[in-house]
Design a binder for this molecule. Structure first.
Ligand SMILES: NC(=O)c1ccc[n+]([C@@H]2O[C@H](COP(=O)([O-])OP(=O)(O)OC[C@H]3O[C@@H](n4cnc5c(N)ncnc54)[C@H](OP(=O)(O)O)[C@@H]3O)[C@@H](O)[C@H]2O)c1
Length: 336
């Protein structure tokens, strides 16, 4: 008898927030693994803002999720049956399972990565996964951080931003300033993660607070948010300042046309640079980033928080947390 599979599919494209009618729960038979394939049981889902962008009918760096298709998502899963020499029953793997209980792992197309024994699956999805590597390569490779830089990061109490600030500190930034959405998050950044200061964008005058915190301007702005905060930071760029376009979460739920930055012209007198990137381009270099990250986590210089949500069916609500700021650190769904 095949296992029964709960799966969450895209029922309707959202026009703003993900609502109840966006996602449909289905109960179907789990797929049968063919030759060279394994059946894996999803244990932990990585909840990423980009999932929301895949729900739009827009060609991005991956094709949109089709109507009726399982919501695309990376996860840690456990091998439960195997017709492949690559996977043994009980192995933990990392890959694109989607929001469902069971998926197939192949050997080439659909191959999943084996997790090293002993690694905590939630850490594999956060600091050692695409989130941590986005912070690492975004800051080092795209942002080309230098000792003495004044670094500002938005979405600073989120999974990526909190890691960016701590790496900036390790790499010798003169000042690290976070922008986040509550006083409690700001206190976490300064009291526990070593940020020099933090600005609550919901209650503070962000421009004025950044001018105080960065009197010589911003050398490196790591942008997770886009919108108004990008404009404010562009206006305060230092000479040869760099803007890393990592994400634009303020715009992912937007209806209609998205406004561009009004202050981009300041890049000209400041001889500045603004560059986007997609972490998938760095997959081949993950071992290098993961090794350095492992040493920082081991000696306590990089701390990470996990916001765990229980139950596959809670995945849409968990995704919405990223947009309401209901999370501190990495959002992960534990699938029962
Ligand atoms: N380029 C890449 O390859 C790549 C890879 C991974 C992630 N990303 C991007 O990195 C960013 C962070 O992703 P993550 O997974 O680490 O999520 P996250 O930061 O853990 O969660 C998102 C955070 O964004 C903040 N936020 C939401 N709406 C906002 C708004 N309108 N204005 C200001 N802040 C807002 C919320 O915190 P507050 O309480 O502070 O509002 C929320 O906690 C996203 O933009 C994502 O798309 C890019």
């Amino acid at each position: 008898m095949p296992e029964r599979n709960r799966r969450l599919v895209l029922a309707q494209r959202p026009t703003g927030n993900v609502e109840e009618e966006t996602i449909r729960l289905e109960h179907v038979d789990a797929p049968e693994p063919g030759a060279g394939e394994a059946l894996v049981h999803t244990r932990y889902l990585s909840i990423d803002p980009t999932i929301r962008t895949w729900m739009d009918d827009v060609q991005g760096y991956l094709p949109p999720i089709g109507l009726g298709e399982v919501i695309r998502s990376t996860a840690v899963a456990e091998v439960v049956r195997s017709n492949s020499e690559r996977y043994s029953v009980g192995d933990l793997v990392f890959g694109l399972t989607g929001w469902q209980d069971y998926a197939l792992a192949g050997e080439r197309e659909g191959a999943m990565q084996l997790l090293p024994p002993g690694i905590d699956p939630t850490a594999a999805l956060s600091v050692f996964g695409t989130t941590g590597m986005t912070a690492y390569f975004g800051l080092l490779d795209v942002g080309r951080i230098k000792e003495g830089d004044t670094v500002v990061v938005s979405g600073a109490a989120g999974a990526t931003g909190s890691t960016v600030g701590q790496i900036a500190r390790i790499k010798g930034a003169a000042r690290v300033v976070g922008i986040a959405g509550s006083d409690e998050k700001c206190a976490w950044l300064t009291d526990e993660l070593g940020f020099d200061s933090a600005v609550n964008y919901k209650t503070d005058d962000v421009g004025a607070r950044l001018r105080e915190a960065c009197p010589e301007g911003i050398d490196l702005y790591f942008d997770n948010v886009g919108g108004e905060l990008l404009d404010i930071c562009l206006a305060q760029l230092a000479l040869r300042g760099r803007v890393v376009l990592c994400g634009a979460i303020a715009t992912y739920n937007a209806r209609g046309k998205i406004e561009g930055p009004r202050n981009y012209r300041n890049l000209i007198p400041r001889r500045g640079r603004m560059e986007g990137f997609i972490i998938l381009d760095y997959l081949g270099r993950f071992p290098e980033g993961q090794a350095e990250m492992a040493s920082w986590v081991a000696d306590g210089r990089v701390k990470f928080a996990t916001h765990l949500v229980d139950g596959l069916e809670q995945a849409p609500a968990a995704l919405n947390l990223l947009f309401t700021g209901g999370n501190k650190g990495k959002v992960i769904v534990r699938v029962e």
